[in-house]
Design a protein around this ligand. Structure first.
Ligand code: XMP
Length: 211
């Protein structure tokens, strides 16, 4: 089973397409973030879909008023994105505006150390929001598997957990799946490696142990 998401945080179109194509055998989806959209334009979403045949997650971390969230999401879904990642702290109406247009992933807790400052204290509210609105999934930190387990224990069954922070940020594949994640998100450890295909294959091999 494929449970690996490639975080393709490069600027250049050619490089992005090359890495996506050569790793696609081992991926469930490709995640694009602002660096790639800024560097290569929104059309990169359709191009990545074409070369990989995989779902594309747009990690926009949307956090605006409902109308602006809607205006952005409309164009990004139109461009071919299958999922959009959004923040929940702007309130349920902002989240609903995106959910009405397509599949949505809500950030419940982030993976970097700074998440402890303001996000972790209010994680419970984001879990409740997800349980109420039932998005496709939530984001939880691979860098803190105990928090993934906590989130899993409170999250309504069926809502997927996608977990960034494996590899470059220190998260371990086994620990995060044991804690209850459904998918891991890996960026630098694959796209910065000398042989991205081989790096993706190794992650996939570890992933298969947990499938
Ligand atoms: P690396 O290179 O650290 O890339 O493997 C991780 C990717 O995931 C994104 N990221 C997050 N996205 N919530 C998110 O929605 C998070 O907590 C989080 N932590 C990392 C990051 O932007 C990069 O694309």
């Amino acid at each position: 089973m494929k449970r690996l998401v490639l975080a393709l945080d490069v600027y250049e179109r050619e490089r992005a397409l090359e890495i996506a194509e050569c790793t696609s055998d081992y991926l469930w989806a490709v995640k694009v973030n602002w660096p790639l959209i800024i560097g290569s334009g929104l059309k990169i979403i359709a191009e990545l879909k074409q070369v990989t045949g995989l779902p594309i997650i747009a990690d926009l971390k949307l956090a605006d008023i409902p109308n602006t969230n809607r205006l952005i999401a409309e164009k990004v879904f139109e461009a071919g994105a299958d999922y959009i990642i959004i923040h929940g702290f702007t309130g349920r109406e902002s989240v609903k505006a995106v959910m009405e247009l397509g599949k949505t992933i809500i950030i419940v807790e982030m993976s970097h150390p700074g998440a402890r400052e303001f996000i972790q204290p209010v994680t419970d509210g984001f879990i409740e929001l997800a349980n109420e609105l039932r998005p496709f999934g939530v984001i939880a930190p691979a860098t803190r598997p105990e928090r993934v387990a906590y989130i899993r224990s409170r999250l309504r069954p069926g809502i997927k957990i996608l977990s960034p922070g494996v590899g470059a940020q220190g998260g371990k594949v086994g620990e995060v799946f044991k804690a209850g994640a459904d998918y891991i998100i890996v960026g630098r450890s694959i796209y910065d490696s000398e042989n991205p295909r081989e790096a993706a294959r190794r992650f996939h091999e570890e992933v298969e142990v947990w499938s």
